[in-house]
Design a protein around this ligand. Structure first.
Ligand code: SF4
Ligand code: SF4
Length: 445
């Protein structure tokens, strides 16, 4: 890549279909088409039970550093920082072994708190700068990329597009494991590679326990943004809390005790943003129709970390879910965020008010599932893959193949119109296209 121009590198990243591996799925070639002072590798992996980034950094340190170097070249950054928790000892050891001689790249060791991987928390932790309200890390000269993303950038430099996704499969499975599976593999198939499910009527959390979503549909496919599949019984606390109806959550706002714990522990409030969930609960409790647009738009400052709902509230109320509902409604009405304060100061005792990730495991009733999920290199050949045309922020891809076509692994099968926000999708196995809707289904050879 060193001999390539900036434009050629961006094109290589675009052609590989790389999106943010942390969950949001923002197209990487668009994120990197910017100028920054620092690139931060987000290796915090702060969600309980997930074991992807920490093991990838331990197994592929050179590759991640090469990916980081490419990101620094393309953004013009003079500094690269790999941020990870002190408890990821194998990863620290592996990275330290390959760092000597790379003067502008360093490690930043973090405590075991949640959400250490929240981009804005991470930027403050590493640079001491606070991203303005409604802003992005680039507002303070920083680009943040997840460890998986940078590994994919390295692979793109070797001519390999994104066809696989590493993810942790844990919870009620026989062999908790971390696997690199072809994008589009069904959840049912992935669970079989973890030795199968131990319970009847399993419910799956896609992603981490705090921010992940719930599904019971085992035919859903793995996407580029998936970091974990956590299998839980249908009556587990997390399942019940994540599936509670928004109308119930709204009704419950009337029961708010105004204890302010939700605000006191909110990581965005602690950074100095004007996000005060306890006030929002009171306003909504009086009747959402009486709330001002300015008050409702506070919801845009929420990162959906879930601390208010799942850690802070002593009476089981759900500020996070109420904020999520408000954001959906504001977007539907095309109302944008007016809150853009820039001169921010962290709140007193910020560091002391952080949420311990160790305590979180108990709070979420996950202690029994907090086990190793070792990385296993397996040859995985699903008989069929279902590749969604939208696995990223932006618009869905347009199919570039038709039913009956033979495709080979790595071939582009979904295009993004010129100038639009999106990321190409590729065939993750070789085979024949058997169906096209909002996904492309390929039967393997
Ligand atoms: S989910 Fe709750 S704690 Fe997290 S940022 Fe939003 S309001 Fe704050
Ligand atoms: S923590 Fe719960 S009860 Fe306390 S102010 Fe927040 S929503 Fe209300």
């Amino acid at each position: 890549m060193e001999s390539k121009s900036r434009e050629e590198i961006l094109k290589t990243i675009k052609n590989a279909g790389i999106v943010g591996g942390g969950g949001a799925g923002f197209p990487t070639h668009i994120k990197y088409n910017s100028r920054a002072e620092t690139v931060i590798v987000n290796g915090a992996e702060c969600e309980p039970l997930l074991r992807v980034d920490q093991q990838l950094m331990a197994l592929k340190p050179e590759e991640i550093i090469e990916g980081l170097k490419i990101a620094m070249t393309v953004t013009g950054a003079s500094k690269g920082v790999i941020a990870l928790k002190g408890k990821y000892k194998d990863a620290i050891k592996a990275l330290e072994a390959v760092l000597p001689g790379r003067k502008n790249i360093s490690l930043h060791i973090m405590g075991n708190y949640y959400p250490a991987g929240d981009e804005q928390t991470l930027v403050y932790e590493v640079t001491g700068r606070i991203v303005p309200e409604g802003g992005i890390p680039l507002s303070v000269g920083t680009v943040v990329s997840n460890a998986v993303t940078l590994y994919n950038v390295f692979k793109a430099s070797q001519g390999e597009p994104v066809t696989c996704r590493p993810l942790t499969v844990t919870g009620e499975v026989n062999n908790p494991v971390t696997l690199n599976v072809p994008v589009g593999t069904t959840i049912r198939d992935v669970l079989s590679y973890a030795g199968g499910v131990k319970i009847d009527n399993p419910v799956i959390i896609r992603g981490g326990p705090m921010m992940g979503t719930v599904t019971e549909n085992l035919e859903e496919p793995v996407m580029k943004t998936d970091s974990g599949l956590i299998v839980l019984p249908y009556d587990h606390y997390l399942v019940k809390t994540k599936t509670r109806d928004i109308k119930v959550n709204l009704f419950h706002t009337k029961m708010c005790e105004m204890c302010t714990y939700c605000t006191m522990l909110c990581p965005r409030y602690l950074l100095g943003h004007n996000l005060q969930p306890h006030l929002m609960m009171r306003i909504i409790g009086y009747g959402i129709e009486k709330a001002s647009i300015d008050d409702l738009c506070q919801a845009y400052l929420c990162c959906q970390c879930g601390i208010c709902s799942m850690v802070a509230c002593p009476v089981d109320l759900r500020p996070r879910e109420v904020y999520a509902g408000i954001v959906m409604e504001l977007r539907r009405k095309n109302i944008t965020n007016p809150h853009k304060r820039k001169e921010l100061t962290p709140r007193p005792l910020m560091k002391l008010r952080r949420t311990s990730a160790a305590g979180l495991v108990t709070r979420l009733e996950l202690a029994g599932y907090d086990v190793k999920a070792p990385w296993k290199d397996m040859d995985i050949h699903p008989g069929k893959v279902i590749i969604p045309l939208k696995q990223h922020t932006g618009i869905a891809c347009t199919p570039s193949v038709k039913v009956g076509d033979r495709v080979v692994k790595g071939q582009i099968i979904g295009n993004v119109p010129e100038g639009a926000t999106g990321a190409y999708v590729h065939a993750s196995i070789s085979g024949h296209v058997v169906e096209i809707s909002n996904s492309i289904i390929i039967d393997g050879e």
